[in-house]
Design a protein around this ligand. Structure first.
Ligand SMILES: [Zn+2]
Length: 352
């Protein structure tokens, strides 16, 4: 199947709002701009960077609605491992869900959704009981991730689930304290599992309400990645144009708030042409490639699911980038980049 195949995507790509559409729970104000122009986050001698991240990783196997890492080398994680073996310079950030619960990515109980009030208070699809997919119950899965070279693990929600019609958009109306408690529970599960991880966060469904942003700061996360823009033309000043998350830099990681937290924009996926990758690199940006660990499951297909076709396309992209730019490219995980961005940011803060 061509990587440009046109199929439904399970987690909606944020789009421009139509007339009257409001996203009141989402972060809408522009992030704080860097005081001195673009951040000098690239190491000496590097002119652009490449990062690869994969969402929805959890221990479900091919016996479940989604194979999401539980089959280890025989499944989606095997594809990640082979990409890393063929391109040893590559660094991958795997966003792992601590206790995955949805058995479908879209509401299936559509009759419930039509019942006034009830539809907002119920899970509109079958869900696992709490704890069923806690990663600390799957030591082989954790061991596999901990020993995969070139991999960094970040946090992808707690259960990846919410009541009401936006089933997989986990953070919506929760206030700062509730959001922080959910993040704390996620970190507790990671700690119990003894998984190696960094405090980086990918919100399920891409939604980053202000309360979640504040909670991430409370828990000392170093980065969040909540925008995906595959269409805005590439230029050094380009800003994202998605509905809930407008106004992030398309090409540069940037500090988004008073308590330093770095934001990354995903600007490339299976459906993006090679020329977009080259333009991002030519403009000195971060080429942030997104994939999901499964292509299809539970009756849904994801455009950027990491199947054999997408893996083969990524191999071609990596070979071409290496051929063109060689040592000038910095292949880095989000955590490595965030560390440099925050280091520069803190060096510029006035000393007391
Ligand atoms: Zn997800």
């Amino acid at each position: 199947m061509s990587p440009r195949s046109n199929q439904a995507i399970a987690e909606p790509i944020p789009s421009r709002p139509g007339p009257g559409v409001r996203h009141s729970s989402s972060l809408t104000r522009a992030p704080r701009r860097q005081a001195e122009g673009l951040p000098r986050w690239l190491p000496e001698g590097k002119t652009a960077a490449v990062s690869f991240s994969v969402d929805d990783v959890h221990p479900s196997t091919s016996a479940d609605p989604y194979e999401a890492g539980g089959d280890l080398r025989r499944g989606g994680l095997g594809r990640v491992a082979r990409l890393l073996e063929m391109h040893p310079q590559l660094r991958a950030t795997l966003f792992v869900t601590p206790d995955w619960r949805p058995l479908s990515l879209h509401p299936t109980r559509t009759w419930l959704a039509k019942v006034p009030l009830l539809g907002e208070r119920m899970y509109l699809a079958r869900v696992r009981p709490k704890g069923g997919m806690r990663i600390d119950r799957f030591p082989e899965f954790v061991r596999f991730l901990n020993t995969l070279p070139g991999v960094e693990v970040g946090v992808h929600g707690l259960h990846h689930l919410h009541r009401g019609p936006r089933l997989t958009v986990e953070f919506q109306e929760q206030d700062r304290a509730k959001s922080a408690a959910m993040l704390r529970e996620a970190l507790d599960i990671f700690d119990a599992a003894k998984i190696d991880y960094v405090r980086g966060f990918q919100p399920p469904g891409w939604n980053l309400p202000r309360a979640l942003l504040e909670a991430l700061e409370d828990l000392h996360f170093s980065y969040v990645s909540a925008a995906r823009d595959l269409t805005t033309p590439v230029s050094p000043q380009a800003r994202t144009a998605s509905c809930a998350l407008r106004e992030f830099s398309l090409l540069q990681p940037e500090v988004v708030d008073d308590h330093p937290l770095v934001h990354f924009t995903h600007n490339f996926q299976a459906t993006s042409p090679m020329e977009r990758a080259i333009r991002i690199v030519e403009n000195g940006g971060l080429l942030a490639i997104k994939a999901h660990i499964f292509k299809a499951g539970g009756g849904h297909t994801l455009l950027d699911g990491l199947d054999d076709s997408y893996s083969a396309y990524l191999e071609r992209v990596f070979v071409e980038l290496h051929r063109r730019y060689g040592e000038r490219l910095w292949w880095a995980s989000f955590g490595q980049i965030a560390e440099r961005v925050l280091g520069n940011f803190q060096n510029r803060m006035p000393s007391n």
